[in-house]
Ligand binder design. Sequence first.
Ligand code: FAD
Length: 418
Amino acid sequence: MRKILIVGAGQSGLQLALGLQSQGYEVTLMSNRTADEIRSGRVMSTQCMFHTALQHERDLGINFWESQAPKIEGLGVSVAGPESQRLIDWLGTLDGYAQSVDQRVKMAGWMETFAQRGGQLVIHGAAVSDLDYFSRTYDLVLVSAGKGELVSMFGRDASRSPYSEPQRALAVAYVHGLGPRPEHPDVEAVRCNLVPGVGEMFIMPTLTTTGRADILFWEGIPGGPLDVFQGVKDPSEHLALTLELMEKFLPWEYARATKVELTDANGTLSGRYAPTVRNPIGRLPGGGLVLGVADVVVANDPITGQGSNSASKCAASYLASITEHGDKPFDEAWMRQTFDRYWDTAQHVTKWTNAMLGVPPEHVLNLIGAAGQLPPVANRFANGFNDPADFESFFYDPDKTAAYLASVTDASPVPAGE
Ligand SMILES: Cc1cc2nc3c(=O)[nH]c(=O)nc-3n(C[C@H](O)[C@H](O)[C@H](O)COP(=O)(O)OP(=O)(O)OC[C@H]3O[C@@H](n4cnc5c(N)ncnc54)[C@H](O)[C@@H]3O)c2cc1C
């Protein structure tokens, strides 16, 4: 059977490894950390995944935490005004629920499953020189090492990467004890709170190592009032800062956060990175070729919560490209086609995410505002997180936005007085 090496045991590498393994491929998975190190390590993401991405996991029978993880049925948006009042507040309904399973739980569990099923697991932080050797002994080498150092093998695609600097400073805290939202206490939801000119806060339920929890996630415009987490090493200080900023900018969210405590000493994360699309094929010093997967080749800012979704979609797409290729060589042309097939989906994620990082134009503000009066608009916006290609029809072009809003208003006129 064909021998495949996968370097990096995250969402994409593990999903692909388990998928290939179930089809009889001889898979070696290289990880720079053991399952226990991942499980007891630092949180890595907020990893909210929507229906299509979750379905890829169900298709492989690896949705092990689906019954325990909170089912996120709504996605809401609030916009803060200059006096920290809530100018806009609505909740859209997702057609299929979303879920967040702490990557510490999921990746550790998947890694153990891969090994139990007879997979070859190598604990080693791969260097380019290792890959040079392995590219000669495997039929295919896939690099799914996220935003780590191995990305240096893949050149930046400037035509697809409008930003060369990080656009947000990220600060995450996993907490227990967050109160329900008074407006919809029984609906689990992701809340996107926009603070114009300052940044965003995302709040969502998750399943973590200590059970159900909530994540408080600030995205701050660099140099602004939220960009204060760099160098904060003490987790309690990180949480105190998170809450202080919530009290200042989002008092309605702070009101339900007064009793929170961190889930664990590793429940905080801060950092920043520049969103980057790369050339998908890495050329090794010895002439061998490797194919980049997910974040290695398309890393978007988490402002739209798409990276894990994209990693799942990339793994599913590559799995199909590999199995459909049969016994033919995994040459450069195949690698290019394989990436292009994934890019058909990924390009919409990149376009939308990069748009959300900029200052919203007037027609987008109108759209977000109109969603407060028009539930179909709120629902469509919310479901765009599952399929960002849909934004093409109503988000970017002012004329298309106006036509869409007119069509919804005609179908369901806003009651007088609103
Ligand atoms: C703060 C934050 C919030 C986020 N929120 C969301 C969200 O809500 N929804 C969403 O969909 N996405 C979100 N994302 C993005 C998402 O987490 C990533 O895009 C996704 O995990 C990428 O998957 P991946 O498989 O490409 O890489 P990763 O999940 O990063 O996995 C890469 C793995 O490779 C390992 N590795 C690195 N170098 C080596 C090496 N040399 N040798 C061996 N192993 C190596 C790493 O340790 C890691 O285990 C968020 C990201 C951040 C930072």
